[in-house]
Write a protein that binds this ligand. Structure first.
Ligand code: C2E
Ligand code: MG
Ligand code: MG
Length: 581
């Protein structure tokens, strides 16, 4: 299709101002109409497949001078325009709009154009009024906004949405060998929130920028790095040698973090967890591969090694996701309960207290073990509301037992405290409030903490423990022996009880090494003036052995399994005063 500039045949239809005597009105000349239109305007004619610019106003002529329209480039541009306009004309609609683009001297230019049918000329030639508005500015603002929407302001890398677009772009616009594959490598920076919490968000930002730079240096041509979440990065990689390419990049990522990062005058080591997923073909949905890599990285966080997505990993991730959303509902809708397991004084057989253990029965999932849901709560931030709920519920249970009995029971309750909850919440005020609301004396409440809570931040832990002692509470070190507390720190912390982990207790009669550990812990506790509770006592033989070794307190299925609040009260009332081991 060709276009003729008909500007020259103006004289042919030379305008004449004629007085319409019959109506007494002046017929206005077409050029005057065009001039009156405050936009680029032209009259186009269309006959025999030929589109002609018949007349224009000055603005049109200036912006689309006929010389540019005739030039090679212009011709091409106009050719495209004409094709679009012709398409519109062929649609037989009376008016329509379209957006046209051309390459201007300062970059791409955009015009919002309208075209409307005019009465045909007497010779049958169709006429159209064409108007255009320059919308280059709007398009450039939109483009910038879009760029902002698709990139991360801090590192200038694509964000999650930008990552998908970049991948689509790479997949559709580069030349790929046959049977090519691509991989997604998901990277989760460990300890990032710790940096944010302890050194402040500015240092956190600096860390992210430095890490992004280091990751960038691991990329090969055509790979894309993106920041797809707070401390989550991802790489899209072209794989020429399948898995081995992905592992090679993962190794480089790990090496990039080997050298410590200087932050606020400190040298900080950061680690990362890496999960990879590999597409089966180039037709694979990139978002699906990203999700699989994210599932693999979750597993890598636990395993400490690079994980490759396997079928089933997604199932685990989905299960975690389901658990998280159901746990959130359970917490707000009272779906959790506490079970109480008796703590027995091994020398007298008295019940000295109960350990409060969270229980969750979901209508669809059935019974979910705390071994499964506590880590989910810790990962999702639900551990603080869960820990608060458990503390309030445990002190309320004590006060309900007291009310039932008519006076305070000579027993206390142990509450488990997650190290993550300890780090994130004002736990001292939580205990203070729980005690105040329930009217229970502080010396009936024991906080069970784990060694990792102390290792993470010893000073903070010490301050908290001192605050708990001020409330007259006791502090027990749970699962003792499984972590790596140094004994010196134990001595300097206000800890009252060591709870020897079940893994040492249950096999100590058969396993000499375990027996030696238990004896060592008992003598260590003795010299530090600490009480010891043995967990996981399942037989009378074990109970008697530990009694013989001078262990203070025991807990385990031999005495009782965890039970509900009412049963725990009945258990205590049936046995108090006359129990023997
Ligand atoms: P834990 O604090 O060491 O609690 C003792 C666990 O050992 C409980 O498991 C208890 O049921 C189990 N147990 C007690 N005696 C025996 C025995 O003789 N044999 C065997 N095989 N097991 C015994 P449970 O209730 O499944 O809780 C597991 C862990 O979940 C707890 O270990 C604790 O770390 C955590 N947990 C439970 N409830 C809470 C909670 O409210 N908050 C927090 N932060 N953690 C909790
Ligand atoms: Mg415990
Ligand atoms: Mg324990």
């Amino acid at each position: 299709m060709s276009v003729r500039s008909g500007l020259s045949d103006k004289s042919e239809n030379a305008p004449s101002r004629v007085k319409d005597a019959a109506r007494g009105e002046q017929i206005i000349d077409a050029d005057e109409w065009l001039t009156a239109i405050g936009q680029y305007a032209a009259i186009l004619t269309y006959a025999d497949g030929q589109l002609t610019i018949a007349r224009t106003n000055a603005a049109f002529a200036e912006t689309f001078p006929s010389s540019t329209l005739q030039s090679d480039d212009g011709e091409k541009a106009l050719g495209e325009w004409a094709a679009k306009i012709q398409h519109l004309i062929a649609s037989n609609r009376n008016r329509d709009s379209l957006e046209l683009h051309r390459q201007g001297p300062l970059g791409p230019e955009h015009f919002l154009c309208r075209i409307g049918r005019l009465p045909s000329r007497s010779d049958g030639t169709q006429q159209y009024l064409f108007t255009a508005v320059d919308c280059t500015r709007e398009r450039s603002v939109e483009k910038n906004l879009r760029r902002e929407l698709l990139s991360d302001g801090l590192t200038a890398l694509p964000n999650r949405a930008g990552f998908s677009e970049e991948i689509e772009d790479r997949l559709s616009h580069s030349i790929w060998p046959e049977k090519a594959q691509f991989g997604i490598i998901a990277i989760d920076l460990s300890r990032f929130s710790r940096v944010n919490e302890s050194l402040g968000p500015m240092a956190g930002d600096e860390l992210l920028i430095t890490v992004a730079k280091r990751f960038k240096s691991c990329l090969r041509q055509g790979d894309v790095l993106a920041r797809i979440g707070g401390n989550d990065f991802a790489i899209f990689a072209r794989l020429n040698n399948g898995l081995s390419d992905a592992l090679h990049i993962s190794q480089r990522i790990n090496e990039a973090l080997c050298a410590p990062i200087r932050l606020s005058g400190l040298h900080i080591r950061v680690d990362c967890a890496i999960g990879c997923a590999i597409s089966t073909s180039l037709e694979a949905d990139p978002d699906d591969v990203i999700r699989k890599a994210q599932a693999a990285v979750k597993i890598a966080k636990g395993s400490g090694k690079v994980e490759i997505y396997r079928n089933g990993v997604l199932k685990e991730a989905q299960r975690r996701f389901t658990l998280e959303s159901k746990l959130r509902d359970a917490l707000t809708q009272g779906g959790l309960t506490l079970a109480f397991q008796p703590l027995i004084h091994l020398q007298t057989g008295e019940i000295t207290g109960f350990e409060a253990l969270a229980r969750w029965h979901d209508p669809e999932l059935g019974h979910v073990s705390p071994v499964e849901f506590i880590p989910v709560a810790e990962e999702s931030g639900l551990i603080a509301p869960l820990g608060r709920w458990a503390t309030y519920e445990a002190t309320q249970a004590l006060s309900r037992w007291d009310a039932k009995f008519g006076e305070p029971l000579p027993v206390g309750v142990n509450v488990n405290l997650s190290p993550i909850h300890m780090a994130r919440d004002d736990v001292a005020s939580m205990f203070e409030e729980a005690l105040r609301y329930s009217g229970v004396a502080g010396n009936r409440l024991t906080a069970e903490i784990t060694e990792s809570a102390i290792i993470a931040d010893p000073d903070k832990a010490r301050k908290l423990l001192v605050a708990l002692k001020d409330l007259q509470m006791s502090v027990a070190m749970d699962d003792f022996g499984t972590g790596y507390s140094n004994l010196a720190s134990l001595h300097s912390l206000p800890i009252d009880i060591l709870k020897i982990d079940r893994s040492f207790v249950f096999s100590m009669l058969e396993d000499r090494d375990k027996a030696v550990i238990v004896r060592t812990i008992l003598s260590l506790a003795d010299s530090l003036g600490l009480h010891v509770t043995a967990e996981g006592i399942e037989t009378q033989e074990l109970a008697l052995e530990l009694q013989g070794l001078g262990c203070w307190q025991g807990q385990g299925y031999y005495f009782a399994r965890p039970m509900n609040e009412a049963d725990a009260f009945d258990y205590w009332r049936a046995r108090w005063n006359f129990e023997t081991v």
